[in-house]
Write a protein that binds this ligand. Structure first.
Ligand code: FAD
Length: 323
């Protein structure tokens, strides 16, 4: 009799993989914002996410607060940080130093980004890296130099992906070519820009797979509960919010009704992405937990660990929303 095959011996490998859960945070800009962020971090930690990402200002404008927040996450919580890093406006030497600093505080995941071009329309400093692809290659070089320190392990490198055309890109097809180039340079996974229509994630996934992109593409989902935030984000990212959703939010008579409309639209968006094969959900929290937790509650993701969420936390979240 022949020995059992690997698949027979490990039947779980054939089952559906658990869905990843992650959140995005940004470094606080004031002591009051830091207090509120740490309340949010406590609430989010109780849901046992796989990682939390920490944003990074273009040209390293918030380098010290970003590294400080990441350091505290590593030291004081059970959360695993994914450090965003932008390359525009920084030389390879400066970036290699920042990458080293992140690895030294225990970071093992970096989201490699170009960052937005300077607002004054000027060109980035001479010698600064041009594309996210260049940053991925730099991270891999730093990783190689430190492979003994990393126990010969790897840094997980993520990149941005775009369900709707990047504002500077000639076409969505070009965006997919760029994503493929980032994969070839060593990207392990991608997180998408915000999107507001249920079919957009599935379309991106189909186009990317056809082009040969095999890395996981995780949908970035923002709780669609605030008209002000949707409009502002639309301006910043060039992604048009759904006008019908804006109308429905504006027509809501109370904050509770608006929350219900927004959470339900967000859950529809996330469920459509999961139906299309999304391997995880990355929630843009804007450093607030209430809407994110409402969305999570209604999504009921298949997760390996039971969340430590309890009623008192949920009540506290609702109180934050009402205030
Ligand atoms: P790239 O992949 O380098 O693309 C930038 C532009 O150049 C695109 O138009 C692309 O088509 C083009 N391009 C890229 N490579 C090539 C090539 N080889 N040849 C020709 N053209 C090319 N910004 C921040 O400042 N801080 C953050 O923390 C941050 N976090 C983000 C997180 C996520 C999940 C996402 C989706 C975006 C985030 N951004 C952040 C915004 C991001 O920096 C901007 O969208 C930026 O304009 C592009 O970054 P990128 O990494 O996609 O750049």
């Amino acid at each position: 009799m022949s020995p059992p095959s690997l698949i027979d011996a490990h039947p779980n490998l054939a089952g559906a993989a658990p869905v990843a859960l992650s959140y995005e945070l940004f470094p606080p800009r004031s002591p009051a914002a830091a207090d509120s962020l740490w309340t949010t971090i406590g609430e989010l930690e109780a849901t046992d996410p796989d990682y939390v990402s920490v944003t990074y200002g273009a040209s390293g404008s918030n380098r010290s607060t970003a590294v400080e927040l990441i350091n505290r996450l590593v030291q004081e919580t059970t959360l695993r940080p994914l450090a965003h890093l932008t390359c525009v406006g920084n030389s390879p030497q400066e970036l290699a130093e920042i990458i080293g600093e992140l690895l030294d505080v225990g970071v093992r995941g970096i989201l490699a980004l170009r960052g937005d071009q300077p607002k004054d329309g000027g060109n980035p400093a001479d010698g600064s890296l041009r594309y996210a692809q260049d940053l991925i290659e730099l991270i891999r070089r730093v990783e190689q130099r430190r492979s003994a320190l990393l126990c010969a392990g790897k840094v997980a490198v993520g990149v941005a992906a775009y369900p709707t055309r990047h504002p500077e890109s000639p076409s969505e097809a070009h965006d997919v070519e760029v994503l493929l180039a980032k994969q070839r340079s060593g990207a392990d996974f991608a997180i998408t820009q915000v999107f507001f229509h249920t079919e957009q994630y599935a379309d991106l996934l189909a186009r990317a797979r056809r082009a040969g992109v095999t890395i996981p593409i995780i949908p970035g989902v923002m709780p669609l509960t605030s008209i002000r935030r949707l409009t502002r984000l639309g301006e910043l990212t060039g992604v048009e919010p759904d006008p019908r959703l804006l109308e429905r939010l504006a027509a809501a008579g109370t904050d509770t009704e608006r929350l219900q409309v927004g959470v339900s639209a967000t859950v529809d968006l996330a469920n459509a992405a999961l139906d299309a094969g999304a391997p995880g959900i990355h929630l843009y929290t804007f450093n607030e937990h209430a809407s994110a937790l409402e969305v999570l509650d209604k999504l009921a993701l298949p997760r390996p660990r039971a969340a430590r969420h309890n009623t008192s936390r949920r009540t506290a979240a609702r109180r934050q929303l009402a205030s």
